[in-house]
Design a protein. Sequence first.
Lengths: 257, 364
Amino acid sequence: MSALLRMEASKLLRLSSVRAAAVLLIVFPILWAYAPGIFEVYGFFLVSGFQVPALSLLSSMEFLMPLLVAIIAAELVGVEAMHGTLPTVLLRPVTRSAWLLAKLLILTVMPFLVMLYFLLTSLAAGLPYGFGSFVGGTGLGEGGLVGQGLTTAATAWGELGGAYLLAAVSLVPIALLAVLATVVTMNAASGALATLSVLIVMQLLVVFPALEPFLLTRHLSSYADPVAGLGWVVTLIALYSAAFAAIAVVLFERKDF
Amino acid sequence: MSGRTSPGGAWSEGRVGAPPGSSGNRKRGSGPPPPPAPSAEPAIRTEGLSKRYGRRPIVRDLTFEVRPGEVYALVGPNGAGKTTVIRLVSGLAFPSEGTVRMLGRDPQQHPEVRRRLGAVVEAPAAFYPYLTGRANLRLHARLAGGVPPGRIDELLELMELGHAADRKVGVYSLGMRQRLGVAGALLTDPDVLILDEPASGMDPLSLHLVHRVLRDAASRGSAVLLSTHHLDEVATYGTRVGIMEEGELIDEVDLDRRRDRYRVRADDPQAARQALAAQPWVQDAFLRAGQVIVQLAEPDALGRVAPVLVEQGLVVHELTADTFDLRAYYRERVAAERLRRTASGTTGTPPAVPPIGRDGSGPA
């Protein structure tokens, strides 16, 4: 299993979607940090380096980050079909479930790595504003970006860390959903597209209020606007993740190549 | 071959006097094939193997076996189902019906049996394009549980890829990828080799190299199953050839038996046939176009043929090898099968197929 995990980690870093995401996640916070029309459009000024990662997160979790995570996950599975390497690997004494579990494990960790990288690039973009205590808010705590007076650096670090961590957690089932979709289609583009389609449908289901606490997409913003308690959010996300992974393994076990 | 006849098919090739599937069981390092005799357990065995995608049958009721040291070649037109058979046998696809046994085990239920399998199921062989040839083989060696030191270099040299070992596979030519595929299949010195068109797209030298390597692997005791369109090459070293058409095994040719077959022109063919048929070292003797075709049970018995006839007072005008033209046989056999299918239509029980004569001259 360790050989498989090393292999998959190495593949992950070589994916074209990962390289594209690496560039995009550098550019994206810079746009926020140096946007000249931010006051005219949103009505506030950036006063702290802590606000850049917060703004980056707030503006990307709706669509960009789920998209990136879905594409990366779909590519890690689909690239094997594209290169024709999947049968070659499965002809070795490796069980199908072990092969897919290695990918699932790597892709469970992947959102945390992506979010850590995003936090670092956002902090780097916010460097010119400094990281001391400031008057205002990070956008992730009480009072939003306006805040409730003085925000200490410690509070800001805590809010940022917690928000990025919870955002990463909420992206895990999306990565695993993309694996499931790609196992079904055995095509990276189709897998990513199917994942996004499911997410869009889930977003539309908010018109059924009873369903809202159960919708995966509703919890993508839990880091700032929790619809339920943290325990519920994490439990639901874990259940979704386990279900997507289990279905993917079962389908993969019976797939013809 | 188990001797099972597929629906509507007739396997007439090499059915005289020998247990089905018993020929060509060469042992490691041996020279010419020994006479047919019951031998080791089959390394590959399928029984009633069928595969459907939806309602469309791709492979139908396929039964065959490959023993250690044998080279079994699946041949047939494009779309005949060869690749599906390769994938079913190697465990990549699931049978709709029937069973597959590799070294006595179901490769789906016992993936560990694949430690003793080397396979190439893609044409060209698929590798990670961003890794070098050597790195790809290392990766496969790790997945296979490790190989002896120097094995990778040895195989790269064997497949004449030493000069390109540290180049990325993405820049390899088709033939180089194919050769790397064969190297990958040989990594663990497997007991079973399964290859889907391993020499497709190769230049004549590479083609010769790949077939030589496969022949050598079989001579060391590996069971080799391959699909191929290279009939001339496989005819020189294959043990048996299974001819597929529309998902069915329509015929099986025992090439080993063909290699020990000779043509005798004597003044009295009938008496010559009787004299030869009485010899214990003759497996079969029959008449064809006024000549005696003699199948030797012992490859070194050729020197005894003429003396036996002379002792009987017969005049021997000619004694020569009865060369078997696999390509011509294949062409005639597939054409006959298509005729039969056309005549029988797509439904109903097809009429009996005119048997191919054991002289390989095709349907009457």
